[in-house]
Design a protein around this ligand. Structure first.
Ligand SMILES: Nc1ccn([C@@H]2O[C@H](COP(=O)(O)OP(=O)(O)OP(=O)(O)O)[C@@H](O)[C@H]2O)c(=O)n1
Ligand SMILES: C[C@](O)(CO)[C@H](O)COP(=O)(O)O
Length: 382
């Protein structure tokens, strides 16, 4: 989802804390998260905003200037989060700003939809809006390792950022603040403003403790990619005394005609893999016009497709081949076929199925003019 808020919106990203709870020497906003500094990722989440103010610790200003996008306005922070926000409010670039979103630099995984929820609530007229998640676990009170009571959770929420405000509301809230507050929602409520709750996200974590880096990296890992491909092939009977089916030679009163060994089952399975990869078919990788494939062992094709899948980071979920013929009988050979296909594909035989059906004497397979095969294959990238 891309995010382009209206002109008068600015984003304030507070990153002037020391990250003491996260440990690790360097303050957490400057530490690497899957190849980029945490703060760099956070700023990137707000790239649709024309104006972004980033609040950094006074000791970090040179580092920030060297590391961050020059398109942001850098402001030195204060002794508390609220003081840092105030410094940013006093340094907003431009006098046409009507709304601000205030976000923790330590929440690099905020999504466009969470930000859009806040922006939309403000556009709809709210003075203040912020994302949150309802508490779903039971809540207890406890001391010294023992439960001492329970706490109703019906109206409890876990607060997140960005917290959005009309500029006049947040300025009033900070002007009236008599004590420090955990966040700007608290200040806005203390000043009498209503705050709308917008949808938060489980992924919008605040990096607070050392283990949060591993959590964030896990969330950034690409999601599982599951692909399904199908293949279909037909070969006509011709002169001969055996057929090759799924890598097994079976005596028969005819052979199968084709440029290669005409292993119709293996061809269908090979095409299923190419199909799952969206990389064409056997003809594209092994053109029938090329004499080197005359009489070729079809294991070459299947091995190529399987290796291609692995080289693109996929593993096999399963494969399923159905042979359609009146004869020869497939049942007695099915296990050997599964084992052979598994061997070629480097797969556990329990993930491969070979079965057969007749076409009830109908059509070309029913008239014993040839054999058809269909196959499916699933590929998985974790
Ligand atoms: N004086 C401060 C204190 C905090 N923050 C920012 O407010 C956000 C939320 O605060 P928190 O997670 O508590 O960060 P730290 O104060 O850095 O963490 P710690 O309390 O563990 O030192 C962070 O992005 C932090 O950089 C800030 O801009 N100025
Ligand atoms: C603003 C905030 O992130 C809302 O969840 C939070 O209040 C600030 O962080 P802290 O861990 O409470 O200091």
């Amino acid at each position: 989802m891309s995010l382009t808020p209206p002109e008068g919106f600015a984003a304030i990203i507070v990153a002037a804390g020391r990250g003491n709870r996260a440990g690790g020497g360097l303050p957490k906003q400057w530490r690497d998260l899957a190849g980029r500094p945490v703060l760099d990722r956070t700023i990137a989440a707000f790239r649709g905003f024309g104006r972004i103010v980033v609040v950094c610790h006074p000791d970090d200003m040179d580092h920030a200037q060297a590391v961050l996008d020059t398109a942001v306005t850098l402001v030195p922070g204060g002794d508390s989060r609220s003081a840092s926000v105030r410094n940013a409010l006093n340094a907003l670039p431009g006098d046409d700003i009507t709304h601000v979103l205030i976000h923790d630099g330590a929440r690099p995984l905020v999504s466009a939809s969470v930000i859009a929820g806040v922006v939309d609530a403000l556009i709809d007229g709210a003075d203040a809006a912020a994302p949150a998640l309802p508490v779903s676990d039971a809540l207890w009170r406890g001391t010294e390792g023992r439960v001492t009571g329970t706490q109703p959770r019906d109206d409890l929420f876990r607060a997140q950022t960005p917290q959005g405000f009309s500029l006049s509301a947040i300025r009033q809230a900070h002007d009236r603040a008599s004590a420090d507050a955990a966040d700007d929602v608290e200040l806005a409520r203390n000043a009498g403003f209503e705050v709308a709750i917008t949808p938060g996200s489980e992924d919008n974590i605040k990096i607070t403790y050392p283990a949060d880096f591993a959590r964030a990296e896990h969330l950034l890992r690409p999601r599982m990619d599951i692909r399904l491909g199908n293949g279909y092939d037909v070969h006509a009977f011709g002169p001969g005394d055996h057929v090759w089916l799924c890598g097994i030679q079976i005596p028969h009163d005819a052979g199968l005609s084709g440029h290669s060994d005409a292993d119709v089952g293996m061809h269908a399975l090979t095409d299923a893999i190419y199909g799952a990869l969206a990389m064409g078919d056997i003809g594209r990788h092994f053109p029938p016009s090329d004499p080197q494939w005359k009489g070729a062992d079809s294991a070459i094709f299947l091995r190529h497709a399987a290796e291609l899948a692995r080289s693109h980071g996929y593993r096999f979920g399963n494969a399923d081949v159905t042979l359609i013929c009146e004869a020869p009988k497939i049942g007695p050979h099915a296990q050997a076929m599964q084992d052979r296909l598994a061997d070629i594909m480097g797969l556990d035989p329990t993930r491969i199925s070979v079965k057969a059906t007749t076409s009830e004497k109908l059509g070309f397979t029913g008239r014993r003019e040839g054999i058809a095969a269909i196959a499916t294959a699933t590929l998985i990238k974790d």
